[in-house]
Design a protein around this ligand. Structure first.
Ligand code: TNX
Length: 528
């Protein structure tokens, strides 16, 4: 084979030059929409061979006067302005704004109204038109627009154009309604700015749930006005003995608001009855023996338990769930329930049943780690499958739904391989292919697609201490989990995804994300 190639060296050279010209042309003038590397992969893409150009006089129009629509227009303009340097005015219109414009419109009858987050993007040489049945759908579609522009669009400094988008039509909607990630702010505390950046990451990959693990043995991270010592004392340290920290209620509200602007629902978790040492250290009366425990800065699990027999325990839980629920517009309250090794099963069961009722009395639907399936579940409770598939089956048999977070695939605190500096490895190494290559509906026999609300990747932070380390564990695995939640299983193939993911390397660079350059992927770097 090789020799033949050498004999044909001249025609090959011509071919190579022709291909180079073609490649540089496609870079300049993208003309094949279906060849773009969008993650999550859209349901349907039809290419028409032309392109739309974003110019200095391009304006963003929204159909009608709605302030929510205008906000989405401004969100798009704000993303595109720093790198293009264009003014990108956002205006209301009642009719077709014509040539050279971007138009965002709510259209109940749009082909993408299959569910509430679908959208349709129609790109011609003249106009870029994004329609959806809901604002959330438009917001998801805006992420597609960002990904169709050159990676440099994400840079904070002004870049050279041209800013071209291949023409065609994209019709898109998610496979699952719950697509999220969890951040453990209890083992190490992370402030509002770090959480905002985490939310930006979720939004870029069309995720819609942010689960915050707000309490654990090592720290209590959310101000509760009726139990102030929880944060004053219980929030004063973290793993390794650092200063810890906590969100004031005002800061928590700011996170909820920022998530809402990104059409992301916050899922607050207070882990119980185990993982509660920080509360037990803050209030002596929560302990069966009436004596406060010491603060804890190690990483063992399964040694603490709320006192199941004391009425004050339920007063405490009621106050905590009430105060957090009042600040949380989303429907969920996560009650934890994992690794309660210091609680007898005969105590655990009535405890979980009572806490579900307390959450319901504050208008919330319960999520809990899969162990909660040992108790009688309310029909709207959700069991988060992380460890024991038998618990998932038990939950489904009770009519409850499942959130899929299998630790050996979805845990983004697991090391990629033996060289990874951060994270744990009790569930095995989770390389990028391992975290991508699975189907939630084919994981547990007896748990099918209709039983599953979606997927979530938890980031536990026993040995993750700053945003750079968070980014390294999150990227690139988050993109793959997002695709599992959005794209139908039959459209997902690792070999094809791998190529698309490689192209996102330059987007990670442009966003200044510290990502893991997995050797399984050919990364495209940003040429600056
Ligand atoms: C198990 S996953 C836990 C957490 C740890 C995690 C570390 C789960 C529900 N419980 O307490 O942080 O392992 O990977």
């Amino acid at each position: 084979m090789y020799y033949k190639k050498q004999k044909q060296i001249v025609p090959l050279l011509i071919l190579a030059v022709a291909m180079m010209i073609q490649v540089s042309c496609t870079k300049q003038e993208p003309s094949d929409l279906s060849a773009e590397s969008i993650i999550p992969k859209p349901v349907s893409v039809v290419s028409t061979g032309d392109y739309f150009t974003l110019r200095s006089n391009t304006d963003i129009y929204v159909m009608g006067e709605s302030s929510e629509l205008l906000d989405i227009g401004h969100y798009l303009a704000d993303r595109l302005r720093p790198s293009t340097g264009y003014s990108l005015n956002v205006k209301s219109t009642s009719g077709d704004p014509g040539r050279g414009s971007i138009l965002l419109a709510i259209e109940g009858s749009s082909g993408a109204d299959i569910n509430s987050e679908g959208y349709e993007l129609s790109i011609t040489g003249k106009q870029l038109r994004l329609t959806a049945a809901t604002h959330a759908g438009l917001f998801r579609g805006v992420q597609t627009i960002r990904q169709l522009l050159p990676a440099r669009i994400e840079m904070a400094e002004r870049q050279e154009g041209p800013w071209k988008i291949a023409s065609g039509t994209i019709s898109d909607y998610p496979e699952y309604s719950y697509r999220g990630a969890m951040l453990d702010v209890a083992r190490h505390f992370f402030g509002v700015d770090d959480v905002r950046r985490f939310i930006d990451f979720l939004a870029y990959y069309k995720m819609n749930r942010l689960h915050l693990h707000l309490s654990d043995d090592q720290g209590w991270r959310i101000e509760i006005k009726s139990w102030p010592n929880l944060t004053l004392h219980g929030g004063s340290t973290e793993v390794g003995g650092g200063p810890g920290g906590f969100f004031t209620q005002e800061q928590y509200r700011a996170i909820v608001d920022y998530a809402e602007e990104n059409y992301i629902t916050v899922v607050p978790e207070i882990d119980m009855p185990g993982h509660t040492n920080s509360a037990l250290a803050s209030y002596a009366e929560l302990n069966c023996d009436g004596r406060a425990t010491e603060l804890y800065t190690g990483i063992e699990v399964g040694f603490s338990s709320l006192c199941i027999d004391k009425e004050i325990t339920y007063k405490f839980i009621d106050d905590v769930i009430r105060e957090i629920s009042e600040m949380t517009p989303g429907p969920y309250f996560h009650i934890g329930g994992d690794e309660s090794h210091a609680t007898k099963l005969s105590d655990y069961i009535p405890f979980v049943e009572r806490v579900q009722e307390i959450a319901a009395s504050h208008g919330k639907q319960c999520i809990g780690w899969d162990e909660i399936a040992n108790a009688k579940l309310k029909p709207n409770s959700i069991a988060q499958n992380w460890a024991n598939p038998r618990n998932a089956v038990k939950a489904v048999e009770q009519g409850a739904k499942i959130l899929m977070s299998p630790s050996s695939k979805a845990y983004i605190d697991m090391k990629y391989d033996k060289t990874t500096k951060y994270g744990l490895q009790w569930a095995g190494f989770v390389e990028v292919d391992v975290s991508y290559n699975w189907d939630p509906a084919a994981l547990v026999p007896g748990v099918g697609k209709d039983d599953i609300v979606g997927v979530e990747s938890p980031l536990w932070t026993e040995n993750i201490t700053n945003i750079d380390e968070i980014e390294y564990m999150v990227f690139p695995r988050l993109a793959g989990i997002a695709e599992i939640g959005w794209t139908p299983a039959e459209s997902r193939k690792w070999e094809e995804y791998r190529t698309r993911l490689g192209k996102h390397g330059e987007r990670f660079d442009a966003m200044d994300i510290n990502y893991y350059k997995s050797p399984l992927v050919d990364w495209t770097a940003l040429d600056e």
